[in-house]
Every structure is written in structure tokens, then in C-alpha cells.
Design a protein around this ligand. Sequence first.
Ligand code: GLV
Ligand code: MG
Length: 358
Amino acid sequence: MRSAKDFFRPLAVGAPEPLREIPARPSRAIHFFDPSNAKMAAKVPDMIGSVDVLLGNLEDAVKADRKEAARQGLVDIARANTWSGSQLWTRVNALDSPWGLDDLTTLVGEIGDRLDVVMVPKVQGAEDIHYVDRLLAQLEAKAGLERPILVHAILETARGVANVEEICGASPRMQGLSLGPADLAADRRMKTTRVGGGHPGYLVREDPTEGDVDGTTTPRATYQQDLWHYTIARMVDACAMHGIYPYYGPFGDITDVVACEDQFRNAFLLGCVGTWTLHPKQVAIAKRVFSPDPRDVAHARRVVTAMGDGTGAVMLDGKMEDDASLKQCLVMVELAEQLAAIDPDLKQQYDAIGQEAS
Ligand code: GLV
Ligand code: MG
């Protein structure tokens, strides 16, 4: 057992102190790029400042014979640019792959001062986070880094889902979790072939009308259900419990912008703060969906004002507001303020609707 007092001590002599709180930095879109793909890499400098997070992906989707080129490409891109308007994250190869160790060693040594978060795929339990935690501390000490690199786990194995709370609490470095629907579906032996999103076969059906004995004679409405609801809800609770952040993962059907927006919005409403984006089209969707609607922000501000010291209850537009609805409104107002601070268009929308309402 580790004493609670030791939890915030560096795991290597000379490593930076762990953070007590994970900063709430806007991360509506985590935009994936393959640093070994020259065309994709060339677009990165222009995206800095317009996407909350740019993530150099070294894992799946990078071919085995391009792994080293991707790692070196990320080092070059990280060094050649200033990362003031966007965070720089990476997804390293899995801990059981031949590349994971070299990814961490190279990236922390070469660009650790620019790297905000390391995403670790296929995390199974707290032991994986403990391994990365100690290794990062050793590498940070060696590189003379002054701030700790944070860790983000992808929830994409059945064991990982079963251990989700202990994964979130395994280290003060834990920044958040993403849903990995493609690997998770395979690991769970789900009978799907997609990367995220719904499935037309996963549905419930309206009852048959009276007299329709075997249910086949009259049409019956069906309602598609969300395959990912259970996992996202578990992620959200585990993250909230540990003060870290949950994210939707990849939505693979780039052409279906409507279903993509629906999935992102479900995740946002359930408590996620952002999502992965695989194509510039999805960045715009993510930014829109994961920023509170100006009308909701205006309403939330009205509730905050009407509730005064926050106790008791008031009636607004025929609806009861109390301490609990006030707390929900504060979540909305705080998020709007954080986003307005980095996004002038959004600030203008929030201000304009505030003036209309007053
Ligand atoms: C992401 O990595 C996934 O497997 O969905
Ligand atoms: Mg995966």
C-alpha cells in the first residue's frame, strides 16, 4: 500500500511534482494527424490556434514500417512550431508493442517540454498507468522537465471498462479517458464492423396493435438505441469521481456529418468535454457541439442571477429552480467563460445573447 502522503511526490528524483488538479483546458476537438504522412503533416502548422488539441498519432492507422518515421515526424513538427494556441498531444503505441517504449523515451527526451498529454491505448488496468507513471517520471528527470506530462487512457478493452475507476485514480497524472469504440467492439466480440456510431440493428420496437397476433400485420415504429451509452456513462462517472475529463473517441464515417454530430452531442449532454476528430470537417462539428449553446448559456446566467445566494427556490418561466439546477447552470456558465476566453467568435455570441436577454 502507498501512503496518501506519497501520492503527490515525484516518482523519480528530479522529476517535476505531480499536479494537484488537472487544468480545465478547452479540448473540444482532439485532432488526429499521422506525422509520417507528409500531406497531413504539412497542414498542421496552419491548424495551430484553430483546434484545441493537435495529436500526433503513432499507433493504429500508422503502418508498421512507418512507425519510426511517424515518431521522428512528430519530433520535427513539435520543434518547428510554437504551441501557444493549441495543445500538443500524442498517442503512443501500446505498452505490449515493440514501439511503445521507444515512443515514450524519444518523445519525452526530445520534445517533452512541448508535449501536454500522452494518450496510452488499450489500457487494461491500474498496472498499465503505474508503469507509464514511473517511466515518465524517470524520463522527465533525465530531460530536466519542469512540468509533468499528463496521461490519457483509451478505454478500449473489456478489462479496461471493468477497471475504469481504478484506471482513473491510478496516478495524479491522469488527465482523462477516451472511448475507443473500434477496439472495444472487437475485444467484447460485438457483432459490428464500424468505428463508433450507432447500428441500425440495435433497436427497440413499438408494441403490436391489438389483434396483430404475431406482430407482422401492422407497421410498428422502431427506435435505434445507442450502442455506446453504457460505456460513456461509466466513463463519465469514473472521470467525475476522480476530477478528470471524459471524451468521445473516433467517429469513422467521415461522410455522415449528421450522425457524427448526434453522437458527439449525446456524449456532450452526458458529460464529455470533447471528442477525437479524424477529418477537418469533424473539427467544426466538435467545436460547435462541445461549446454550450448561447441560448442555454443565457438561460443559465438568468438562473444564476435569480438564485442570488444560491439557497432556496425560485420560479422562472413557470419552472422551479433550486440549488441543484443552479449547480448545473454554473457548469454551463463556467464552461462558456473558459471557451469565450480562447474563442472570440463564441465570446461574441455569448455576449450578444446576454445583451438581448437583459
Ligand atoms: C480507437 O482507438 C478505437 O479503437 O476506437
Ligand atoms: Mg483503438
